[in-house]
Design a protein around this ligand. Structure first.
Ligand SMILES: [Zn+2]
Length: 455
């Protein structure tokens, strides 16, 4: 069994221990390790907090080697036996903490004494998120009668699932306000370990401490239960690491809430994460407000107005294009006479150039031309160019019908791409290219036309 120092002293970051066992490949223990096929080390005592109770494990180093992950397992599992094995002695039925390490070195051998160092930044972060959850969960119970049914501590944000779906923004804000009030009151947070019998009388004493059903990993040695109390506010069974006073949390901030299968998932950050999150949000909002030249309180309205204006402009543009495209297409088609001789006799070639539109305009214009072209005799090649004034020019060559007869426009596009100083490609009946040599656009279109007409 591993003595768990983090339960006695959550502030311990450096400790000495003896190696009880070295596991060449933790996968043989069959547990859900994040880091597969790495060596593992079991110590007689550890300050490394293992994954549990929704809190990810600590990291750090053992004898100078990186500790990637820490997991609490049944001793029998580590020995490669089935749980409840008849041969297992008393100690094998205990729980051990397995430290997954990057590699083994001479210092990591069975019987050796090692120094363990816990990554204090990561621990502080987890402790703040976890303790923040206790305070926020109780605040939701107190202000909204909403119970926490699960907790997730992620790499960038945390979440609790509440057993109600009717929590509106005001209810969430009120719970958050209450949580921060308790944080600012800097209440003591204490840990005690009780027997199930003591737990029952404790509940009687304080008029019914409403505890969530203790998860199995909260039950410590001898069936005892670990209780975390935020003075005068909350008591809950928990195996995680916690702050000593609520003031260490600094701030709890709800950053979002979603309904999910009969529950409300509330996303939040606490402690230094909340400070970083706040700083980032201020930076983003200030940036937007400065860009829009409005005050903070006008940002939302202004963005909505711009969005509505944009939608109106897009509708107007579509309407104008619907009028313009057929007119333009007809005018260009009128100029295109059928080729009189050569391999492409009877085909018409339309050349058009525009100085407006976006990346889809040439395609839509070509489609309009081919619809009208089909009505007026079929066999049509369209050679379209676009210079939108943004520094790049583009061409789209297309022919209909698409069958084996008719000019291969992908060859023509390759030549055009080279002259335009860019890239291009496509199929024999539809290809496009773009480049930066704007002054070459008209020449490229004329060259392509001539190579078809004079073929
Ligand atoms: Zn906890």
């Amino acid at each position: 069994m591993t003595e768990r120092l983090y339960h006695e002293d959550a502030s311990l970051r450096r400790f000495d221990a003896r190696i009880l066992r070295v596991i060449e490949d933790v996968q043989t223990a069959g547990a859900a390790f994040l880091h597969t096929h790495r060596p593992g080390v079991v110590l007689d005592r550890t300050a490394f907090f293992p994954t549990g109770g929704g809190q990810p494990s600590d990291r750090g180093s053992l004898a100078g080697v990186g500790v990637l992950e820490v997991l609490e397992l049944d001793a029998a599992q580590v020995r490669g036996e089935e749980e409840g094995d008849e041969d297992g002695d008393a100690t094998s039925r205990g729980r051990v903490v397995v430290h997954v390490v990057e590699r083994l070195n001479d210092g990591l051998a069975e019987g050796a004494s090692v120094e363990g160092v816990v990554d204090s930044v990561r621990r502080l972060d987890h402790t703040q998120q976890h303790s923040g959850q206790h305070v926020l969960s109780r605040a939701f119970e107190e202000t909204a009668g909403a119970e926490t049914v699960s907790f997730h501590l992620g790499g960038s944000e945390c979440s609790i699932d509440l057993d109600r779906v009717d929590l509106d923004a005001a209810a969430i804000l009120e719970a958050e306000r209450r949580a921060n009030e308790v944080i600012q009151e800097n209440r003591p947070v204490t840990v005690r370990v009780v027997t199930p019998e003591q737990l029952a009388t404790l509940a009687d004493e304080v008029g019914g401490v409403e505890l969530r059903k203790p998860p199995p990993d909260v039950v410590v040695t001898g069936g005892k239960i670990r209780l975390i109390t935020v003075d005068g506010f909350d008591t809950n069974p928990c195996c995680g690491t916690h702050v000593e006073r609520t003031g260490e949390l600094g701030l709890v901030k709800v950053i979002g809430a979603e309904r999910t299968r009969g529950r409300t998932r509330v996303r939040f950050v606490a402690g230094r994460r909340a400070n970083r999150d706040y700083a980032e949000r201020v930076r983003v909002v200030n940036d937007v407000a400065a860009f829009l030249s409005v005050g903070l309180e006008q940002v939302s309205d202004q963005v909505r107005k711009i969005h509505a204006d944009l939608r109106r402009s897009e509708r107007e543009k579509k309407r104008l294009e619907d009028e313009l495209f057929p007119r333009l297409a007809r005018a260009w088609l009128d100029e295109a006479k059928p080729i009189e001789r050569g391999p492409f006799q009877g085909w018409r070639v339309v050349v058009g150039e525009i100085s407006w539109g976006d990346g889809t305009t040439l395609g839509r214009l070509a489609e309009t031309l081919h619809v009208l072209g089909k009505e007026s005799g079929g066999r049509l090649v369209t050679l379209l160019g676009q210079d939108d004034g943004g520094g790049r020019v583009g061409v789209l060559f297309m022919r209909r019908p698409a069958g084996p007869d008719g000019p291969d426009v992908s060859d023509l596009v390759q030549a055009a791409a080279q002259t335009l100083g860019g890239r291009g490609g496509g199929k024999p009946d539809r290809a496009q290219a773009s480049g930066t040599n704007r002054e070459k656009l008209a020449g490229v279109l004329e060259e392509a036309r001539r190579s078809i007409v004079e073929a």
